[in-house]
Design a protein around this ligand. Structure first.
Ligand SMILES: [Zn+2]
Ligand SMILES: [Zn+2]
Length: 137
């Protein structure tokens, strides 16, 4: 569905956004940074082009953090509730949408697991998705 639009929001509702297809990627990331950033076994991120993200409310409530020791890793959270929200990649080429912040269900499913070699042994992974030892690129 090329006209697919998904709504998303943070936990407290201060931040609301919309993302539009096409979706560049939908995948899990098992790297240690995503574990820290999400507090979970892996991140699940939907990736779109920057032009396909619209902030509906609370854009000024987004707090961004660019990890100094990393070339590309960033996080963005709501200043009030601390939950992850979409962020522009540091190279400005894409928007990473934390799938858990979506209020709608995407028509597609995740297609891969990145940083598989860095996974926590307790992380869920019961499927046959392709597994990549490091970055998905
Ligand atoms: Zn919030
Ligand atoms: Zn990661």
């Amino acid at each position: 569905m090329s006209d697919e639009v998904l709504q998303g929001s943070c936990l407290c509702g201060a931040i609301r956004y919309r993302v539009r297809a096409p979706f560049v990627r939908f995948a899990h990331c098992h790297c240690s940074r995503c574990r820290k950033a999400t507090g979970s076994g892996h991140a699940t991120n939907l990736v779109v082009a920057p032009a396909n993200l619209d902030w509906v409310a609370g854009r000024d409530q987004v707090q961004r953090f660019d990890l100094p020791s990393a070339k590309s890793f960033s996080t963005a959270v709501c200043r009030t509730c601390g939950s992850p929200v979409p962020r522009l990649s540091r190279d400005g080429q894409r928007v990473i949408v934390p799938a858990g912040s979506l209020d709608d269900v995407p028509s597609i499913q995740p297609t891969a697991r990145g940083y598989w070699d860095s996974r926590a042994p307790w992380s869920c992974s019961g499927d046959d998705l392709p597994r990549f030892p490091e970055s998905l690129g």
